[in-house]
Design a protein around this ligand. Sequence first.
Ligand SMILES: Cc1cc2nc3c(=O)[nH]c(=O)nc-3n(C[C@H](O)[C@H](O)[C@H](O)COP(=O)(O)O)c2cc1C
Length: 288
Amino acid sequence: MPKTLMVYFSQGGTTRKIAEKISDGLEERQYQSDLHNIIDGPPPEIKDYDMIGIGSPVYIFRPPFNMLDYIKSLPELNGLPFFVFLLHGTNIGFTGNMIRKILERKGGREIGYTYFKGADYFLGYVQRGVLFSPDSPTEEELRSAKLFGRDIASHISEKEYVKPDKDPFPPVVYSIERMITNRLFTRQAYSRFFKVDEKKCTACNICLEQCPQKNIALDANGFPEWGRDCNFCFYCEMKCPEDAISSPIDWLIFAPFMNYNIRFASKDPSIDQVRVSHIKGKTTRIEG
Ligand SMILES: Cc1cc2nc3c(=O)[nH]c(=O)nc-3n(C[C@H](O)[C@H](O)[C@H](O)COP(=O)(O)O)c2cc1C
């Protein structure tokens, strides 16, 4: 039985759900698929697999840094078939183009590319009272993920795959946001400004548990302190049950970008949204 390695990154669970459905589709076509969330540590080596799948959420119009690191760390693919699926709340930006380009440059053979909506728990939006794509992936999206899995299985053997075009260039403001939140700035600058209010912190360690990079440690007094390897996901701040954490996402310079994104996405009738309140680590829908 041919073997697929599906490597994904999922903090909110939507990418995991889609990965599982794609896996069901593949298995219906007699493909074994091994799933691995990169939060759980380094994935198995690809040398024992006949195909690789990459599942990534969109983080600020690009792949999360840890996903990029993984893809870049892959060896030469020498014609190995690959497929890519993305999860996004509003706009995929450059994510698909970046991942597909890297895999192709490594000599992979694309046999599938698609994207799905996923509930958008980005702190910059939920703290402003908006949750985009709240109910995604829906049952229909899950069904189409399974079909995608079946399609891949036929593309691998029949070679009839028609590669989708590159994704269109997103609005210029999104490119600026991607640039000003790049790896270098995050490492050298923003990562130094994650702070805890020691009067509020109860040392519950939820921030440590949430960090996908294990970038948070405890200082000599038992309070969290941040290293430089930040994934810029803000889950530490978002999940803090005491609202004790602050970070660059709270800076006034980011407010116009967040407001622009919310206005722009709100105008798009294909993107659902609900009003929410975000307090003490919990995002709650406001009825009515
Ligand atoms: C830090 C962060 C940044 C995000 N940036 C974007 C974005 O630029 N565009 C977008 O469409 N969705 C964005 N999202 C939404 C996620 O891509 C989407 O919610 C996805 O379903 C999350 O996957 P998960 O549930 O597997 O973690 C962002 C989410 C987070 C947490």
